[in-house]
Ligand binder design. Sequence first.
Ligand code: SF4
Length: 281
Amino acid sequence: MPRTTPRDKAGQAPPSKPPSEPAIRAERSVPDSSPEETLGDREQRLARIVTQLDTDARYAMGSRRFPGHVSPTDAIEIAAALADELDDGARARAQKAEQQGMQIACDIGCHRCCTVVVTAYQPEILRIAQFLEQPENAAEKKGFLDRYSAWRAAVGDEVEALPQTMAQGQQAEIDRLHFALWRRGALCAFNEGGICTIYPVRPLACRNAHALDTDAYCVPDPPGGKRPTMVDFVPMNRFLNKATRLLHAAHNAIAAPGQRHQQEALCSSVFRLLTSSAKAP
Ligand code: SF4
């Protein structure tokens, strides 16, 4: 597992294609509970799951149970593939912005938006917990656990209301809670000295940050009430819709019936996973 790297949303990797269909990458080899399954078989099976998850919007909405089997390891793999595709899209978007004389402000060391309480889906949460359970990431895990209490005290008990509020779907209340938590200024417990310690496995919400030109408005109460300017990049918008739907469908597919139909606060849910007997796969 590579060591964590600083934030570099401005596109250090070579330009690449805009995202299209989420794909399962050939180079991945997460262990499976079926040791006899070859990598090729596994990719084909995961590709089939992704296709099936996308056949009915009710799998994401939680109003219909996905009939197939999705293991937690499968869900992690799907989250990883979607994250890779999103990164491709983010690079293409940054390139497009640059061609039009604009510059993405998010860059190494910028952690302005890391005081937002990030929410994530269960496949992403499992992926992060799995990353932190790797022996080579023991320092990152310890750092997170050490910082967690201060983060939890700073955000307060209201953070626990987030999944419930999102489940109720009342946008005005979701927005109120989101900004109330952001105003507390609690730096994400995964952030150490401005650096994201789970950078390779951070959730989609963090991968999609792309303020234009300046980070001055990436605060809950920006000057003049002005919000950051974002690039409207249609292929990315389409991909994000699809990726969110797939993640949500995978999230519901691995949940116990009747449970966890909404995103959860990232730090709290990873903390619970790391400190409970139910470990990441
Ligand atoms: S997970 Fe990483 S990028 Fe996302 S808010 Fe936390 S420190 Fe920032």
